[in-house]
Write a protein that binds this ligand. Sequence first.
Ligand SMILES: [Zn+2]
Length: 317
Amino acid sequence: MGETLGNGALAGFFDSCGVVLFDSAMGTALISAGLPPGTDSAEMNALAPDVVRGVHLDNIRAGCDVITTNTFGVTGILLRGGDEGAALALEAGVRLAREAAAAGQRINVGAGGGTDGGRVLVALGIGPAGSIVGPLGDISYESATKAYALQAGAGAREGADFMLFETFADLDELMCAARAARAVCDLPIIATMTFDAGGHTYMGVTPADFAQAVMAENAVSCGAEPLFFAIGANCALTPDEMPPIIDALTENARGALRIIAQPNNADSPDAFLPGIETLLGLGVSAVGGCCGTTPEMIAEVRAIIDSGQTERKEPRL
Ligand SMILES: [Zn+2]
């Protein structure tokens, strides 16, 4: 396990990159590699480590700055009582990403790819419970807190650089997850929620609700590190559908939070890159791909970022 990055060091990494490029969808790659039906994608870390490591390496060769561990499904596995399988999937998931990131440094250095001297960071991917959490739901806050704390603690021990809570729909669950994680480790937290084209998560949360709640949470950190480093949107929307969401997040974050966009693939092959250019023009600090995106698309986004020709507002931070 290496030295842990704090919010300050992660900010330095973001600044050195200009725009941080995240990776493409792991689930999509595993399905094309023959993910067995009924298997959670996170279980592939133990079942087919070479495949998972290979997807990370493909993304690093494509020039991404951050790879996300294949651990999205671990929350669900834990909450279904599969503690042993979840621990195995999580530890193997971080290890595979770390191995790929270490190899990736050698690929990028001197090859003109990557940024920050070819350094690739590892984000610990953490997904939602998949059921409603709380007194009216199937899962108690107590069980959820335990599951999130376990993931954060194990991720930090295995050497993840920061946590990426993604695809959340319920703000209360996200806050529960982030507080539980921070109680057991100091890794910076980036959180993204999934909105529909009407500007709501399926639990009815708007981007303004999300940004305002995070701002309020950060404001009460009382001298300690703010709980959230960055916020954003991922999944469900294509790049050309995401700008109103990004605008609303940016407006409500009032220059105090970096904004990240990880859209799905566009419906037409010609629409993805122009949509990404639009998002870059809005001043996002990081982009990447969610469902349906590939390392080839990440390479094309790398070329756009490196060309420096996208008309973008200065990042707010
Ligand atoms: Zn997705």
